[in-house]
Ligand binder design. Structure first.
Ligand code: TMP
Length: 301
């Protein structure tokens, strides 16, 4: 049955039929799709960014959705206007640098470190409890991409390791998934900035090493070696990201085989597309769904 279904619709043609798809090197894409499909689901692991990759960039009503850090801006608006204002000012100053099409990554890194450290200091100074975080997430405008719940359920059902490698805040990701999916998938492994709580359940610090957009590389996956060793029999990788900083999230993978990279290009398309096409196998232009990754996954099943 598996064989017949694969012959019925050519997975590559199916993938490329989506209007949002852009590709620079079709033959490399064809080879990788073939390798993933012939490897099968038991040889696969998925490594994904969270903010604006698992989650949407726009909410469908013309509003920009929130990142896991922005939950604190939204959440504190009513209860601590000064803190909300400071966090928002940081976002306004640094977000344009993160996505500047002219600056090199090396030039951006010091700015990112300053942004993350300033933001984390403000968050921990407020000493929020986990209960408060849950209430912030509940009202926050973070949305799963259309079809993402289906993707997460499929991956869990087939026991495919899902590594969320996020420069956002891991605790917010967990709370969000718990609230929106109703469960935290058993196959989930989060590599992110985790909040450290004291004995009174107050947020007092963030885990080391600090992960920002442009250091998702060997400097932060050192302590993940045992995890990647455990799943070394899964050499094929589906990598999902929305930033050029996500391109090397597979750095910790042991015994690496075919790596298929899908990039969501959410905005500033004309300026960023050439760089995204250089790095990602497939670029999805302003696509708020998980349809293309889902199609690929179904072809692998
Ligand atoms: P990531 O999507 O590469 O994992 O990065 C997390 C995003 O979080 C990144 O796009 C910048 C954003 N961010 C905020 O929105 N506010 C903040 O205070 C910080 C530090 C990051």
């Amino acid at each position: 049955v598996r064989h017949q279904r694969k012959n019925a619709v050519d997975p590559l043609t199916d993938l490329l039929s989506s209007p949002s798809v852009r590709i620079q090197n079709p033959s490399a894409v064809a080879d990788k799709v073939k390798a993933l499909v012939s490897g099968g689901i038991d040889r696969l692991q998925v490594i994904s960014d969270f903010d604006y990759t698992i989650s949407k960039f726009y909410d469908g009503n013309g509003n920009r959705c929130l990142t896991t850090h922005m939950v604190f801006i939204e959440g504190t608006k009513e209860i601590d206007e000064a803190l909300a204002g400071k966090l928002k000012a940081l976002n306004d100053a640094y977000l344009p640098i993160e996505f500047d099409a002219q600056m090199t990554i090396e030039e951006k890194v010091p700015h990112m470190e300053l942004w993350w450290r300033s933001s984390h200091r403000l968050i921990t100074e407020a000493k929020f409890s986990r209960t408060t975080l849950r209430s912030f997430v509940k009202v926050s405008n973070i949305l799963l991409r259309d079809g993402c719940d289906g993707l997460l359920v499929l991956l869990e059902k087939h026991k495919v390791p899902l590594i969320l490698f996020s420069a956002g805040i891991g605790d917010i990701i967990e709370i969000f998934l718990e609230q929106r999916l109703g469960f935290v998938p058993a196959n989930l492994h989060i590599i992110s900035n985790m909040i450290l709580f004291d004995q009174n359940d107050c947020a007092v610090n963030f885990s080391d090493p600090l992960i920002h957009t442009f250091n998702k590389n060997s400097s932060v996956v050192g302590q993940e070696r045992a995890f990647f060793h455990d799943i070394r029999n899964r050499p094929n990788v589906l990598l999902l990201g929305d930033s050029l900083g996500d391109l090397h999230m597979d750095v910790g993978v042991e015994n690496e085989g075919a790596v298929f990279k899908i990039g969501f290009l959410n905005f500033n398309v004309d300026a960023l597309l050439p760089k995204y096409l250089d790095g990602y196998d497939i670029v999805l232009i302003q696509d708020q769904s998980m349809n293309v990754p889902l199609k690929l996954l179904r072809a692998i099943l």
